[in-house]
Write a protein that binds this ligand. Structure first.
Ligand code: HEC
Length: 111
């Protein structure tokens, strides 16, 4: 019994360690490629309103693929929110994450 419990905790710990190593690896990849970091951040924080991979009908939330090439406006809206409908992210996301979101949005621009 005791051995089994010990074995189980060793397995749990090594699983946690490899998960942490994997997360670290993903962070490193993201740090090297802002578009990837932006894509991950978008999936976590924005996609439930703006659509997975920015694809949505554009009726309730704007289709960000059509957002103009206007970085200051983007940064201001994301930090401060808009019209009480778009939530403010200034206290949640770092400047680096917001710039990475901009890189991702720019990479998907359709016009
Ligand atoms: C709770 C739903 C919701 C979430 C989450 C959300 N948005 Fe929005 N967003 C909106 C709505 C609604 C609007 C339209 C606001 C308006 O024009 O009245 C909007 C508008 C915008 C605009 C256009 C602003 C402009 O100046 O026209 C940008 C850019 C944007 N969102 C980016 C983001 C990003 C980046 C995230 C993730 C960090 C995000 N949004 C998360 C609902 C959301």
């Amino acid at each position: 019994m005791r051995t089994a419990a010990t074995f189980a905790s060793v397995v749990a710990i090594s699983a946690a360690v490899s998960a942490a190593a994997l997360a670290q690896q993903q962070d490193d990849n993201a740090a090297h490629n802002p578009v990837d970091l932006g894509k991950t951040t978008f999936a976590q924080k924005c996609s439930h309103c703006h659509g997975p991979n920015m694809v949505n009908s554009g009726t309730v939330t704007p289709d960000l693929r059509r957002f103009p090439d206007d970085q200051p406006r983007f940064v201001t809206t994301v930090k401060q929110g808009k019209n009480g409908r778009m939530p403010p992210w200034g206290d949640i996301l770092s400047d680096d994450e917001i710039i990475a979101l901009w890189a991702y949005v720019s990479s998907r621009r359709t016009q």
